[in-house]
Design a protein around this ligand. Structure first.
Ligand code: SF4
Length: 489
């Protein structure tokens, strides 16, 4: 597959994700990069495994020997793309590497949109990996197409390459900083040039991006610090909002494309609630500890008279532990998640959905039978899958079910890199709490208040984005951006 050093394989297996099911919103992507390590590609592979929760639609690695970049990517999870037993990693082996796992929030799930995107322009090769969502990508793309530019993908990321290649941008003192100032929305981007990695984070710091260092002193960049734990790397700090960090033969250097302190951050607090892994530290805080705080706060705001607290695994587990601690109600595992099912690609038929819920989440009758239970989940998006779980708990003999949710009701879409369904499909859209309780078929429902949520966080309240609960978007969205905005081009 990699017989040519310039080869950028766009030919891997393309799987449709139509009919894929989840009760949750989906994260956009995970990034990993490492400079100067003999095992850079192997470490990138392990790093991507750790970040798999941030995207399962496609995976890819681009690497450089200092002069030439090569890239391998495909549809599916990391282990599928880099099939065990194959020699892909060996052929890619170079001391500079970046990697990407994707869930599509802009552009359909297809091979041509998988990343890193590799391109050749007047200054040589560049490979790009992006996490986030550019809200002005369609406008920029229209502009470039009107001048005759040809795009080969339908993702928002490709427009960055066109901006980078534009001659009058290249003439600027710092072309990369100049280009980044054209982008609106959320972005963490890794640029792999033949001799270096440049990592950039948007001025609002919406998505996380962390810096680590290996025992041998090599620098590593990753969306979440959990990727460092896997490869024995020490967390140093986060890339600051509006910062560009360069990894090259001189080590690590930094510059800002927006004056530091000029913009109040808008970190996505949903990263804390649901997306990020429990062993990660992002926005200055460990995820597991934060979620436990949420659970304790939830128990204060919405106590329940019950026999047992059970989580919806895995993302509800830490909050359920906190709820149990605060309420003094015993914690137990009433549902067990199967990690081996993966995606079933079934048609969206209600009966089959219920079967899939059962397949993915088994009920422990001995824990819930005849009991009054508190069920803790991190969030509810559409509500149909949650209702399926509630019905399964009833069938297993639960006497009373008290639903507790560790974030407020989600009422608005996200334009910054999270694939929520449309406003109309959101359970809490134009439904009262009483209607939500009836829909879910529970005995009581309690959502965390926004104030309570923000009180649990370390940073000041105005340092977080809360738009999916409040509808107040820190970066104005003039035209509603849809995932498929660029598909009809
Ligand atoms: S709208 Fe919600 S999910 Fe999107 S960035 Fe803001 S807090 Fe995160």
């Amino acid at each position: 597959m990699l017989d040519s050093k310039y080869k950028d394989n766009f030919n891997n297996i393309a799987l449709s994700t139509q009919g894929q099911l989840s009760h949750h919103a989906r994260e956009s992507c995970g990034l990993f990069g490492i400079y100067g390590d003999d095992q850079a590609v192997q470490k990138t592979y392990f790093g991507l495994h750790s970040l798999q929760h941030r995207g399962q639609e496609s995976a890819g690695i681009a690497s450089s020997d200092g002069q030439v970049i090569q890239c391998y990517k495909g549809m599916g999870m990391v282990r599928r793309v880099f099939r065990s037993g194959s020699d892909i990693l060996e052929k890619l082996s170079n001391p500079i590497a970046i990697g990407h796992v994707r869930y599509s929030t802009s552009g359909a799930s297809k091979a041509v949109n998988s990343q890193p995107l590799l391109a050749e322009y007047s200054r040589g090769q560049v490979a790009l990996a992006h996490n986030g969502n550019l809200i002005n990508a369609a406008l920029l793309r229209d502009e470039y197409q009107s001048y005759g530019s040809i795009f080969k993908s339908t993702s928002d990321t490709e427009v960055i390459i066109h901006l980078l290649a534009k001659p009058n941008h290249l003439a600027k003192h710092d072309p990369l900083a100049h280009v980044l100032n054209h982008l609106q929305g959320s972005y963490c981007i890794l640029f792999l040039f033949a001799d270096r990695i440049e990592a950039a984070r948007d001025p609002f710091g919406i998505r996380p991006l962390c810096i680590g260092q290996t025992e041998k002193g090599h620098y590593v960049i990753a969306s979440e610090s959990c990727a460092f734990d896997t490869i024995g790397t020490k967390f140093i700090r986060e890339v600051e909002p509006g910062e560009i960090v360069t990894l090259d033969k001189t080590g690590l250097s930094s510059r800002f494309f927006v004056k530091p302190g000029n913009v109040t951050p808008a970190h996505c607090i949903f990263e804390h609630i649901y997306f990020a892994k429990q062993n990660s530290t992002i926005f200055g805080e460990n995820i597991h500890e934060f979620r436990k705080k949420l659970g304790r706060q939830l128990a204060i705001e919405h106590p329940a008279d019950a026999d047992v607290v059970i989580p919806v695994p895995d993302s509800g587990t830490s909050a359920a532990i906190g709820y149990a601690e605060q309420s003094k109600i015993p914690f137990d595992m009433g549902m067990v998640r199967s990690h081996y099912v993966g995606r079933t690609f079934i048609s969206p038929d209600q009966k089959l959905r219920e079967l899939e819920v059962k397949l993915k989440l088994a009920i422990v009758e001995q824990v819930v039978g005849g009991k009054r239970i508190v069920v803790v989940d991190d969030s509810i998006v559409r509500g149909t899958t949650t209702r399926g779980k509630i019905r399964a708990l009833r069938q297993a003999g639960a006497k009373e079910i008290h639903m507790r949710v560790s974030c407020p009701p989600i009422r608005f879409p996200c334009y910054y890199g999270v694939d929520f369904p449309t406003k109309e499909e959101l359970l809490a859209n134009e439904r009262s709490l009483k209607q939500i309780k009836e829909f879910l078929e529970v005995d009581s429902i309690g959502y965390m208040s926004l104030k309570g949520l923000l009180n649990c966080a370390n940073l000041p309240a105005d340092h977080y984005c809360t738009a999916c609960w409040t509808g107040k978007y820190r970066i104005p969205v003039d035209v509603a951006v849809t995932k498929f905005a660029m598909e009809s081009d």
